[in-house]
Design a protein around this ligand. Sequence first.
Ligand SMILES: [Zn+2]
Length: 346
Amino acid sequence: MDTTKAHTGKWEKRWHPLRREWVVYSAHRNNRPWNFEVKTIHKEASSYDPGCYLCPGNLRVSGAVNPDYQDVFIFDNDHPVVGLDAPAIAEEISSAHEGLYKRASATGISRVVCYDPRHDVSLSELDVPRIARIFRALREEMVFFRNHPKIKSVLIFENKGEIVGVSNPHPHCQIYATDFHFNMVRREMEAMHVHKQQKESNIFSDIIQAELKDRKRIIWESETAVVFIPFFARFAYEAWIFPKKRHATLITMTDEEINGLAEAFRVLTRKYDGLFRSSFPYIMAMAQAPVDGGYYEDYHMHLVFSPPLRQPGLQKFLAGPETGADTFMADTIPEDKALELQNMDI
Ligand SMILES: [Zn+2]
């Protein structure tokens, strides 16, 4: 029996400093490079779809009619997950079994953000000024939520592609503004506090510095922004975008920094599309500090892309370890995936 064979490739655990947990990598299980046999998706969509509830002038399920918008269009979700008119929970049923089981109103605001009136474009196909306009509109939304007495935290996210459950290709993202903190940001802030106590430094700055020093996972960099697959990536093509200067949320970012973020977004999504020769699916979440009036100057906002594909047509299933035990196991190594994206000319 050849005992050396099983140990070729990379096989190790890496510490995820912001989640404070291990990620397991075993690249020997899947070290054959994939070839590019993927078919280029022929786009049959047109710029307007009469059946699309996001296209200009169309009727939505609520009975509202979309305006003939030319730019970014934002409206309250017709099927809100959190809402200001969510049913109140009566005091007598808000707590049971001596506080073990609690319930509360699903208070918040759910919004949909249409990037562009055209039905058949994706964000990677828009130019930088247009993407920057989207980010500026999101910045305005953040100012609104910061000033809203019921909102404490805002999640801006984009689900892209049928593989992540989005059947409508019209380019859009969503906003969930809530009266509670989202787990990702809550966990990152806990890690940030622990790190500051132990090392007297900022965990986000330290990660950015480490990536810039290692260089091998950097996908793209400008004066104001940096894109990399982190050392501790959980998904094969997971990428993070940071503005280089620390901002807790979009609110304090200058137009120039917003432009840098837009350019980073465009470069990354074009590299994704180019590498997979198709419109690459992903889940993008914008990690921002809460907007509940607290002090969050140490928090460094960032964008996290979690693509479900490991190869064209091959999905990473969140199975036993991930769903069953909340622990990620990857069969790719971040440096290898970063190299593929680095080499992808756009
Ligand atoms: Zn549409």
